[in-house]
Design a protein around this ligand. Structure first.
Ligand code: SAH
Length: 347
C-alpha cells in the first residue's frame, strides 16, 4: 500500500486519519505542530508520541522532502534561486527574495504549464503535472531550512498557473494559514493568474485576504489573444469584471502585471488604452521589462518601461517598474528548469 503524503493533509484531513487509526483527536494536533511548526523531517523526531505509535505512523504516512539540485545566489542582490527535484524526478524552481520589509518566496504550483503565454519559459515544454499541497509548502520549508531564516510573505508566481491547480492550491492555503501549524496570514500571500475567470470568482468565495494579481500584458483583446491564448477563452472585459467582483467581495486591491515588450505592447497609446480600462479601479500596475528567453526574440529596455509608467501615471493610474532581482541567476519563471531539461536531452 502506498503511504499517505502527510504534508498534503489539511488539519481536518489529518484528524480524520488519526481517528481511523483509533487514536484520540489531540494526537492530530501534536503531529500537525511537529510537521508545520517544529518542521521535523522524520516521525522518529516526534518525541511526545510513543515509539509504537511513531512506528505505526511511519507505516501509514511519509514525510516528503525536496532535493536541492541547484542553488544559485545572485552576486548583485540577495536573491537565491533553488532548483528542486521532486520525489518522481521532476524539477521545480523557487526564488528567495530579500526586500527591506522582509523575505518573500516565489513558489511554483505546477510542473510546466498549459497556458501557452508566448513570452514565458515555463510553458514551452508543456505541462507535466500538478504539484501537491505538500510540494508547494515544501518549496518554502526547504528554503527556510537552507537559509536558517523565516519568510514573511509568499507569491505564487513561479512555474504554473495556480488557478489551474485550484484544489491543491487552496488546500495549501489552508495548511499554511492554520494557526496550529505555520500560521502565516493569507494577507501575506499573493496569487498571480493569467485570468481564469470562473476560478477568480470561486477564490473570492473560498478564501479571504489573498492579494490577487492578474497578468494583463495588453489593453486590447486582439493583441492579448496573440500573446496569451487564455484570452480567447476569457477576454479582457470578463477578466476585469471578475477583478471588480473580487475586490468587492474581499475588500482587497487587485494588482495587474504588465510585461513591457518592445514593439508589442509598449507604445504610448497602449498606456493610454490601459489607463482607460482601469479607470476608477482601486488597483496597481506592476511593470516588468520582459525578461528575454532563448526561444523568442522578445525584449525591452528599462527606459521603455519607465516611459510607460510615466504615461500611466499621467492618466492617474498607479504604476511601478518592478526592480529586477537576480538578473544574473535566471530568476525569471521557468528558465532554470528549462535549462536543466535541455541538458538532460543533450545527454
Ligand atoms: N501563471 C501565473 C503565474 C506565473 S508567472 C500568471 O500567469 O500570472 C508570474 C508573472 O511573470 C506573470 O505575470 C507572467 O506573465 C510573468 N512572466 C512570465 N514570463 C515572463 C518574462 N519572460 N518576462 C516578464 N514577465 C514574465
Amino acid at each position: 500500500m502506498e503511504r499517505i503524503d502527510i504534508l498534503s493533509l489539511t488539519y481536518e484531513a489529518l484528524e480524520e486519519e488519526i481517528l481511523l487509526m483509533g487514536e484520540p483527536k489531540f494526537r492530530a494536533k501534536q503531529i500537525f505542530s511537529w510537521l508545520h511548526e517544529k518542521r521535523v523531517t522524520e516521525f522518529g523526531q516526534m518525541t511526545t508520541l510513543s515509539l509504537p505509535f511513531r512506528e505505526r505512523l511511519e507505516r501509514k504516512f511519509c514525510i516528503n522532502r525536496l532535493k536541492i539540485v541547484k542553488r544559485l545566489a545572485s552576486s548583485i542582490d540577495d536573491t537565491v534561486k533553488y532548483l528542486y527535484e521532486l520525489s518522481d524526478g521532476n524539477y521545480v524552481e523557487t526564488v528567495w527574495m530579500e526586500y527591506h520589509h522582509g523575505v518573500s518566496v516565489c513558489v511554483s504550483t505546477q510542473v510546466g504549464c498549459k497556458m501557452g503565454c508566448q513570452f514565458c519559459a515555463s510553458t514551452i515544454a508543456g505541462f507535466v503535472r500538478n504539484l501537491t499541497p505538500g510540494e508547494i509548502l515544501l518549496q518554502m520549508y526547504e528554503a527556510e531550512r537552507d537559509m536558517g531564516r523565516k519568510i514573511g510573505s509568499i507569491v505564487l508566481m513561479g512555474i504554473g498557473e495556480p488557478l489551474d491547480n485550484y484544489d491543491n492550491v487552496t488546500a495549501f492555503f489552508r495548511i499554511l494559514s492554520d494557526p496550529r501549524g505555520t500560521g502565516l496570514s493569507l494577507r501575506h500571500v499573493t496569487l498571480s493568474t493569467c485570468g481564469i475567470v470562473p476560478k477568480i470568482h470561486q477564490l473570492a468565495e473560498d478564501t479571504s485576504g489573498i492579494t490577487l494579481s492578474v497578468s494583463l500584458h495588453s489593453p486590447t483583446d486582439q493583441r492579448r489573444s496573440e500573446i496569451m491564448p487564455i484570452n480567447r477563452r476569457y477576454n479582457i472585459a470578463q477578466v476585469l469584471d471578475a477583478c471588480r467582483s473580487y475586490m468587492k467581495k474581499t475588500g482587497r486591491r487587485v494588482t495587474f502585471e504588465y510585461a513591457v515588450i518592445e514593439g508589442i505592447n509598449s507604445a504610448q497609446q497602449d498606456a493610454a488604452a490601459l489607463a482607460r480600462l482601469l479607470k476608477g479601479m482601486q488597483c496597481h500596475v506592476n511593470l516588468i521589462p520582459v525578461n528575454p528567453i532563448a526561444e523568442r526574440s522578445f525584449h525591452a529596455r528599462r527606459k521603455t518601461a519607465e516611459q510607460f509608467q510615466k504615461a500611466l501615471e499621467s492618466h492617474g493610474i498607479n504604476a511601478t517598474v518592478r526592480r529586477t532581482l537576480g538578473s544574473d541567476i535566471q530568476a525569471a519563471c521557468g528558465q532554470l528548469r528549462r535549462n536543466a531539461l535541455e541538458k538532460e536531452t543533450r545527454r
